[in-house]
Design a protein around this ligand. Structure first.
Ligand code: SAH
Length: 384
């Protein structure tokens, strides 16, 4: 047990494990994955490898979303929701995020105060500014600021842009329209305010364009290790047809492309697919095809059409995969499946299905993408 580094750690809902030293956090995560595999998956003696941790487990996030609100005195505040609530614990200097976040938040709050712009109030549905999404390219140092608003414009936008543009690296300032009374942060519509609509970042040698609405891994240092592990597990020899399901902006498939004959990548989010296509072009990669579809529906179609797959990468959201998808994998019969999971409970459930239908889980390694939090990513190799 250690003293939490962040003075807000106890009240804030973001970090559950700051009170453990880092070694203990890694042990906790290994145990969490093993326990889920045992309890939900029924794998009694499946030993997993040591968690791949970080050298410096702070300030690792390239993305942050801060809500705006008011404190009891009526001052505009931003920070993070307290655990299981929507009351804001003021904090502009989260130790998991990059330092520049604080400067950006200060500018936005000054702008709101000077221009009498109200933060959104969840109970009344009134007020304009809901959240800000900030992204930072660790390699390129490009910054994206996207203000999520309960409207379609902000007053005196030029003043805000002028101040934000002074911050070194500022590349993209946009608005996102979300007029719904919901706790989903982002709406569908992006309105440009200043600069570009996207930022660029690298993972290894590959360059990625990232839109406000696309999924992009939040811990770039660990993402490299995550993808390396996934690639090692895939053991590609250059002749395979590889599928990258739940591909986001195309990352895993693009990295695998020079070790495969061809890659077929599938993603539901249309913005992410657009980014993925641009990413393939900008990196001169020609053997990857992208499809915008539900991964399960797509797999079922492909299985019915008699397509083939040698190696499947699958990286579903926390809710995991579904039976339509998994049963189609079984029909398509790839030699190896590399499952990248961000939730060990759904991972265990999905592995149970695949191991009942002709696959065996060969090896698994957790990767610590989210130090100080209870979350853990796991890469699993399944083989026929
Ligand atoms: N492999 C990518 C993205 C993983 S996150 C990376 O490493 O960056 C999971 C992705 O699955 C998200 O981009 C999300 O939009 C997508 N997704 C969620 N449900 C889906 C579905 N039913 N079919 C296809 N993609 C889906």
């Amino acid at each position: 047990r250690v003293e939490a580094k962040c003075p807000q750690a106890r009240a804030c809902g973001g970090c559950q494990l700051q009170f453990m030293n880092y070694e203990a956090q890694l042990a906790f995560k290994k145990n969490k994955v093993e326990a889920n595999l045992r309890r939900i998956g029924g794998f009694d003696n499946f030993t997993i490898e040591k968690v791949i941790g970080m050298e410096d487990p702070w300030r690792y996030r390239n993305k942050a979303q801060f809500p705006f609100g008011k404190d009891k005195e009526g001052n505009i505040v931003t920070g993070f929701y307290a655990g299981r609530t929507h009351s804001i614990i003021p904090n502009r200097n989260c130790l998991l995020g990059v330092e520049v976040n604080e400067m950006i938040l200060n500018e936005i709050i000054s702008y709101m105060e000077e221009n009498k712009v109200e933060p959104y109030d969840e109970t009344t549905g009134k007020g304009l500014i809901r959240h800000v999404l900030i992204r930072y390219g660790f390699t390129t140092k490009e910054i994206m600021v996207c203000l999520i608003i309960n409207g379609t414009s902000i007053p005196n936008a030029e003043a805000l842009c002028r101040q934000l543009a002074k911050i070194s690296g500022m590349t993209s300032i946009t608005l996102n329209v979300n007029k719904k009374q919901t706790n989903v942060i982002l709406g569908d519509e992006i309105l440009p305010l200043w600069g570009k609509e996207t930022i660029t970042d690298y993972i290894g040698d590959i360059k990625y364009q990232i839109s406000p609405l696309s999924f992009y891994q939040v811990n770039p240092v660990q993402t490299v290790k995550l993808y390396q592990t996934a690639l090692e597990y895939a053991r590609l020899d250059g002749n395979e047809t590889v599928w990258d399901l739940y591909c986001g902006i195309g990352t895993i498939g693009l990295i695998a492309s020079d070790k495969a004959k061809e890659v077929i990548s599938v993603e539901l989010n249309p913005d992410a697919v657009k980014d993925a296509i641009v990413n393939a072009k900008r990196n001169g990669i020609k053997n990857v095809r992208f499809y915008q579809n539900d991964a399960g529906v797509f797999m079922r179609q492909m299985a019915d059409e008699g397509e083939s797959a040698d190696v499947v990468f699958m990286d579903p959201p926390r809710s995991g995969s579904d039976e339509k998808f998994l049963s189609s994998v079984v029909t398509l019969n790839p030699k190896r499946v590399v499952y990248v999971s961000c939730d060990p409970t759904t991972l265990a459930r999905d592995l149970k299905y695949l191991t009942k239908h002709g696959y065996s889980a060969v090896t698994a390694v957790p990767v610590d993408m989210f130090p100080a939090t209870e979350h853990v990513e796991t890469v699993v190799l399944l083989s026929q």
